[in-house]
Design a protein around this ligand. Structure first.
Ligand code: DGY
Length: 320
């Protein structure tokens, strides 16, 4: 039986599937990531690892896994893994695309709606007993219906978000590394250069993978291009946005608001400056967080481990 290490306590149905196929050792906690020293030790004699975005699967860790054949990440994003170093060692890296597309698109669109209509902020005001008498501009937000949405990164989740905009009669612009003419006619969207998209959009939504190329893609210069009444939505990875620049743009009302599900540092410390701003709608990285989707992600990671350790092609490989 192949040996695997699982970096988190998983739901029972996933654990029992794993133990039918493998000799399994696991980190025992559900809410606490495995310490790096433990991972470095545990990885030494295993053939596969089932890991989360909280584990930095860098060269040192991959090197420690002398017998390692596969790293199955329970996420679509894989910026926590040094894929190049894995490839160089013949290690297959897998992720969990598709199964989380619709759920993540739901959350991204919910974040847009919540930010536009100030849902968490006004709900908090009510709970604190600070709801004053009705007044003409009290709690006013921005219209979603008929607004222009600029999506940067038109992958699977971006396309699923576009589907959600149709009922809201939004005008959708997109920018991605490669232009996709067939999507433009099929989805009724328009390609723009990134700067033009930033200038024209009422909402700018980031849905691209994080890499050295997209690091701080949105900084002071880009924020300055956005409309004063625009809202930035980030549901991909925190590092795409320069958070210091974002804080200053929001604090000085250079843009109207931000809806964030991801941060440069996660968990985001409670005393982070962004959390002092009422024009920030902040969520704790819950893009794919429904029971159905998280179970589907876990099962897909198991499928990948089974396939690779059985000498077959991975179901959803990132490399190879
Ligand atoms: C992913 O899959 O990359 C998400 O960010 C984790 O849910």
């Amino acid at each position: 039986m192949a040996k695997i290490y699982v970096t988190r306590k998983l739901p029972e149905e996933v654990e029992s599937r794993l133990s039918e196929h493998f000799d399994v050792r696991s980190w025992e906690y559900e809410d606490e990531p495995v310490p790096r020293e433990t991972l470095l030790e545990e990885i030494k004699d295993v053939d596969g690892v089932f890991c989360m975005i909280t584990e930095q699967m860098d060269e040192e860790v991959l090197e420690a896994g002398e017998k390692l054949q596969v790293v199955a990440n329970m996420a679509v994003g894989h910026n926590n893994i040094d894929v190049e170093a894995a490839t160089a060692r013949g290690i297959t890296v897998t992720n969990t695309p598709d199964v989380l597309t619709e759920t993540t698109a739901d959350l991204a669109f919910a974040l847009l709606m919540a930010s536009a209509r100030r849902l968490p902020e006004t709900s908090d005001i009510l709970r604190k007993g600070e709801w004053g008498a009705w007044s003409p501009l009290q709690f006013t937000g921005q219209d979603v219906f008929g607004a222009t949405l600029g999506i940067i990164g038109l992958g699977r989740i971006g396309e699923a978000v576009v589907q959600r905009t149709h009922g809201f009669k939004m005008n959708v612009l997109y920018h991605s590394r490669t232009r996709k003419p067939e999507k433009e006619s099929a989805l009724g969207i328009h390609y723009e250069e990134q700067d033009t998209l930033l200038q024209k959009s009422d909402f700018v939504m980031l849905l691209l993978p994080y890499s050295s190329e997209s690091h701080h893609l949105i900084g002071q210069r880009e924020l300055a291009l956005m409309k004063k009444r625009a809202i930035l939505i980030n549901a991909s990875r925190g590092g795409i946005v320069d958070e210091d620049a974002l804080y200053h743009a929001l604090a000085n009302n250079e843009i109207w608001g931000a809806g964030l599900d991801v941060y440069e540092q996660e968990p985001l410390p409670a005393d982070h400056p962004l959390l002092t701003l009422s024009n920030v709608t902040a969520l704790p990285h819950i893009g794919s967080a429904t029971v159905k989707t998280r179970l589907a992600m876990a099962h897909l990671a198991v499928d990948n481990l089974i396939a690779v350790l059985d000498g077959k092609e991975a179901v959803t490989a990132v490399n190879h």
